[in-house]
Design a protein around this ligand. Structure first.
Ligand code: MRU
Length: 358
């Protein structure tokens, strides 16, 4: 790589803040506007956070995990504590918990496939339950949830940097990488998973080029991956999804690296629609297929990928102007069987798919 890596040019994707008046505020890069403009939106309303997740303003499994937790904290700090306080002292805690449970359910249900969302919400809900049991007031619980989200932000970046180092060790010098969707800094709090591996390798000069699939229908590759890679100074080439076979057949890919939305206990991987096809192509061309994801993406409660719920999104993403008589099927994710996955790279190290459960 000829130019130096410029990670300082990448924004933090999601961040929980406190206003001057002490209210909790969720700041997020509105990814719907990229690559046209980098804009950070702010809200004090948990409902707006949910809407941001549903509309892909905030997307990517690790980012929505932290955003989901932040939505609960925003509710607790800005609404929950005062609403519960309007009840008698003895009932405050139980009323607060009752409300929190139903709001947490609504937030966790915003998108079904990425397990990180439910994981993030569950993490703060569990903390709330614990501190309420110890007799904390709702306002004290709210403060604990705020701190917990700040810890999750730090942990997310640390996990991604660890994934990056483990993954970079797998790559040859001057690697040419193909990636699908955006598993970059924009999909996390900062740094990225699949692109975190690229950044870690690029930091020691080990990346010749990254090819980014467009990633129809929403264009996470075309709009987001190429934006952040080029902004960070990584040589980047955009290809249409259908060009990956030709790219591999002409010997231009040393490794495929993708992220994941949910990994089953047997190593089957749910990721953005189209990933499965790329994995089959990689196997056909003897190109290693690496999945980079934090352990929060592994769902040990699910034995194999057939049990992963697959989100179906609005037909207008595929066909913006409806044509009479034409149906559209728009599953947002597919499942790559474990046999096509060369290695799973987590913050705890590199695993063969079947080693996860061990
Ligand atoms: O629908 P999206 O854009 O949220 O889908 C995102 C992906 O499929 C990513 O590859 C995955 O979440 C990993 S992000 C580190």
């Amino acid at each position: 790589m000829s130019q130096p890596l410029r990670l300082d040019r990448l924004p933090r994707t999601v961040e929980l803040e406190r206003d001057g008046d002490g209210r909790a505020c969720f700041a997020y890069v509105d990814q719907r506007l990229l690559p046209g403009g980098l804009s950070v939106a702010r809200t004090h309303d948990w409902r707006v956070v949910v809407r941001a997740i549903e509309t892909l303003a905030v997307r990517g499994a690790p980012a929505i995990g932290v955003a989901g937790a932040a939505a609960v904290a925003v509710w607790a700090c800005n609404e929950g504590a005062s609403e519960a306080a309007s009840h008698g002292c003895a009932e405050q805690g139980s009323r607060f918990w009752e409300l929190l449970e139903s709001i947490a359910e609504r937030i966790a249900g915003a998108r079904p496939t990425a397990v990180n969302l439910a994981w993030g919400v569950e993490r703060v809900a569990t903390l709330a339950r614990e501190v309420l049991r110890e007799g904390a007031l709702p306002s004290e619980v709210a403060a604990s949830l705020f701190s917990q989200v700040k810890r999750m932000e730090v942990e997310d970046e640390a996990a991604n940097r660890a994934i990056g180092l483990h993954g970079a060790a797998l790559l040859p010098e001057g690697a040419r990488i193909l990636t699908h969707c955006n598993a970059g800094s924009l999909a996390t709090v900062f740094y990225g998973t699949a692109l975190g591996v690229v950044y870690a390798a690029a930091e020691r000069g080990g990346i010749e080029r990254v090819y980014a699939d467009e990633t129809r229908p929403v264009g996470q590759g075309a709009r987001l991956s190429v934006w952040e890679l080029s902004r960070a100074g990584v040589p980047t080439t955009l290809i249409c999804d259908g060009m990956a076979a030709r790219l591999m057949a002409t010997g231009q890919v040393d490794a495929v690296i993708v992220g994941a939305d949910r990994i089953a206990a047997n190593g089957d991987v749910a990721n953005k629609i189209g990933t499965y096809g790329v994995a089959v192509l990689a196997a056909e061309h003897n190109v290693p297929f690496y999945v980079a994801a934090p352990t929060s993406t592994i769902d040990f409660s699910i034995s194999d990928g057939s049990l992963i719920p697959i989100e179906e999104r609005d037909p207008s993403e595929v066909l913006p102007c409806p044509i009479e008589g034409v149906n559209v099927w728009n599953p947002a994710f597919d499942v790559t069987p474990a046999r096509y996955v060369s290695r799973i790279v987590t913050e705890r190290g590199v695993f063969l798919p079947h080693e996860l459960a061990e």
